[in-house]
Each structure stands twice: as structure tokens, then as C-alpha cells.
Design a protein around this ligand. Structure first.
Ligand SMILES: Cc1cc2nc3c(=O)[nH]c(=O)nc-3n(C[C@H](O)[C@H](O)[C@H](O)COP(=O)(O)OP(=O)(O)OC[C@H]3O[C@@H](n4cnc5c(N)ncnc54)[C@H](O)[C@@H]3O)c2cc1C
Length: 320
């Protein structure tokens, strides 16, 4: 996750995971143990911060630590999916001037059968806005209030909780052994068209496990220059991940197609893609994760370090 960039609940306050990476130790295709950091092998350090596992096997990551909580205001607020066009227009306007402490996600899905969700809501098509405020609880309450008071939420589980509990919130929704497929894209902003297309497709979700997630970007991510690390698309407004998931092979083809369909319907608005969210797509897709000049620079680095493409079972950047 780190080598592709690393997006998560603290990204607007502290940046991507790679923005907290100080150095790596790695084993190259020649079997050499090398270090890379700002002062040692800086070009390799540039490449591993977004370029994935293409350049060697990392045996040690050194990260900067930051203060946090440990209690944060966090959790999901849920509305009927039919209300998503209104809820997400409000959401889009609300997030334009929230502080970087606040990270949010919108998720379209059928309400999962989890103990925290009342049984009468299980299976209903809903849209969540999930928040995490990485600062004082009282400040977070004031920032989040307009969103939780908008419209008629079916459920509001936003409350002070240990950050680690919030961080593990998605775990029950993605157990090992299910059939997963995803397609992803970045977009500049949540326009009316994007909201309406996503809702239209969201209302057709069949599987109780499929999700359309939309990560809120900005904040600290965009304060690092686009060319300072290999990661591409720091200026994106949102990252979508359309997930088609089933319990077994049954129904999987249909869910996979549904994920492809919504992704395709949004194609006119794609600005790029997060490399860690690229699955079975062709090589050009990965090129669009980095843009042509960064992709060429990554290929040069690959040519120097791994000309035979030993490390190829990954989001592969073949030597030029
Ligand atoms: C359910 C789900 C939720 C996700 N949520 C997020 C999220 O919130 N944020 C986010 O940023 N991403 C998320 N991802 C994407 C995630 O970043 C990628 O799936 C990532 O590749 C996972 O890395 P891994 O090391 O766990 O997996 P692996 O499959 O083990 O590794 C991924 C790639 O990295 C290579 N690799 C692994 N370890 C090393 C190493 N030490 N040195 C060099 N190369 C190595 C592997 O060869 C492989 O190519 C999610 C994925 C899933 C399936």
C-alpha cells in the first residue's frame, strides 16, 4: 500500500502514507541491499513513493510518527440512496471549506447486515457519508453538524471513538474469501452529472456486498508538488472505487460488469487513477496513473535497476 502512495483517513491532515516515509531499505534485482531516502539514492526514493514494487523488495520502511487522538470524532451517517442527488450536492458544497482535519468518504451500497445497523434497514439501498475528524472532538462536532443535520438521515453513527476502531470499520465488509472486483478513477470535482450517474448506477446494485466508494482528497496531499514523488494526481478532488463483490462465483460476472458500467459511464470525467486501485486493466491505464513524463522517468529508473523486469508481478512498469 505504501509503495503505491497510501490513501486513508488522515490524508487531508498528514498527506499520503508516502508523505510520512523517511527512508526504505530494499533488495534490488541484483541482490544488493540498498537504502533510499532524501540524501541517499534520491531518485530511487522518488520512484518508490508511488511507483510500487517495481524497483526491489522493501525490507524496511522508516516512517515519521504524528500525534493523533487517540479518540477522534468519526463514523458513518446514512440516508436512503434515492436522496443521494440532494445529499451529495449538499456534501459537495459543505466540503469546499472544511478544515484539513476532516476527511470524508461517500459510499453507495445496500445497508450491510451488521449488528450496528437496525435489521429493518438491512439490504436497503443507501448512501453513506463517513467522516473522521483528526482534531479536538468539540471542533469536529461543529464542523460535522451541518452534514448530519441535512435531510433525513436513516442512521447516524458518528461519535467519539478510538481512531483504531474507526480504522477497522470496513474490515467486516471485506472478509477474505469473497469474490472481489474493482475499477477506479479520479475526478476533479463532484459535478451534478457525476452525482446523478453514480446514483443511477448505485440504485441498480444487486449484491449486498458491492460498494461504490468515493474518497475525498485535497488538503495536505496537494501541498506536496506533483513531481516531488512518483505518485500521480495529487490535485484530484475525489477518488472513486467501484467494487463488485459476491460471496461465491454465483452472480460475480454481473457485479463485475456493473462496476465496469459505472466506471465507463463516468469516463468523460476521469482525470487519472490511483495505481493501487488498478486491477485487470491494460498497460495504458497505468500510464494514466502517472502521466507521460513521470511514466517515462519511472521507466528510466526501472531500466537502470531491473532491466530484465524481474519484479513484474505488480502494477508493472516495464523497462522502456
Ligand atoms: C478491500 C480493500 C480496501 C483497500 N483500501 C485501501 C485504502 O483505504 N487505501 C489505500 O491506499 N489502498 C487501499 N486498497 C488498495 C491497496 O493499497 C492495494 O491493494 C495494495 O496493493 C495492497 O498492498 P499489500 O502489500 O497489502 O498487498 P500485496 O498484494 O501483498 O502487494 C501488492 C503489491 O506490492 C508488492 N509488494 C508487497 N510487499 C512488497 C515489498 N515489501 N516490497 C516491494 N513490493 C512489495 C507485491 O508484489 C504486489 O505487487 C484497498 C484494497 C482492498 C482490496
Amino acid at each position: 500500500m505504501t509503495l503505491g502512495g497510501g490513501i486513508g483517513w488522515l490524508q487531508r491532515k498528514y498527506g499520503l502514507t508516502i508523505d510520512q516515509l523517511l527512508s526504505v531499505d530494499m533488495i534490488t534485482a541484483d541482490g544488493e541491499l540498498v537504502e533510499a531516502g532524501d540524501r541517499v539514492n534520491p531518485e530511487l526514493f522518488w520512484g518508490v513513493r508511488g511507483g510500487g514494487g517495481n524497483f526491489g523488495i522493501v525490507s524496511e520502511f522508516e516512517y515519521r510518527l504524528n500525534p493523533l487522538g487517540p479518540t477522534v470524532l468519526a463514523g458513518p451517517i446514512m440516508w436512503p440512496m434515492e436522496d443521494a442527488p440532494d445529499v451529495l450536492r449538499f456534501y459537495r458544497d459543505w466540503i469546499t471549506d472544511v478544515p484539513d482535519e476532516l476527511m470524508t468518504m461517500a459510499v453507495f451500497r445496500r445497508a450491510p447486515e451488521l449488528p450496528v445497523i437496525p435489521p429493518e434497514l438491512h439490504g436497503r439501498h443507501v448512501v453513506f457519508v463517513i467522516v473522521c475528524y483528526a482534531g479536538p472532538i468539540a471542533d469536529g462536532e461543529a464542523v460535522v453538524r451541518p452534514m448530519r443535520e441535512h435531510g433525513s438521515p436513516l442512521l447516524d453513527l458518528c461519535a467519539p471513538k478510538p481512531f483504531r476502531a474507526h480504522q477497522a470499520m470496513f474490515d467486516p465488509s471485506f472478509p477474505h474469501g469473497r469474490w472481489y472486483y474493482f475499477r477506479a478513477c479520479d475526478v476533479a470535482a463532484l459535478t451534478d452529472e457525476i452525482i446523478d450517474i453514480t446514483t443511477e448506477h448505485g440504485l441498480r446494485i444487486k449484491s449486498p456486498h458491492s460498494t461504490f466508494g468515493c474518497f475525498h482528497r485535497g488538503g495536505a496531499i496537494g501541498r506536496v508538488g506533483e513531481n516531488e514523488t512518483a505518485f500521480g494526481g495529487r490535485g484530484a478532488g475525489h477518488t472513486f472505487n467501484f467494487n463488485g463483490t459476491t460471496e461465491t462465483a454465483r452472480g460475480y460476472d454481473e457485479e463485475r460488469q456493473a462496476a465496469r458500467d459505472v466506471w465507463q459511464a463516468l469516463e468523460p470525467y476521469h482525470t487519472g487513477v490511483y495505481s493501487n486501485f488498478v486491477m485487470d486493466e491494460d498497460r495504458d491505464r497505468l500510464r494514466s496513473a502517472y502521466g507521460p513524463s513521470k511514466y517515462a522517468r519511472l521507466q528510466d529508473l526501472k531500466r537502470q535497476l531491473d532491466p530484465d523486469n524481474l519484479f513484474r508481478l505488480n502494477q508493472n512498469i516495464p523497462p522502456g
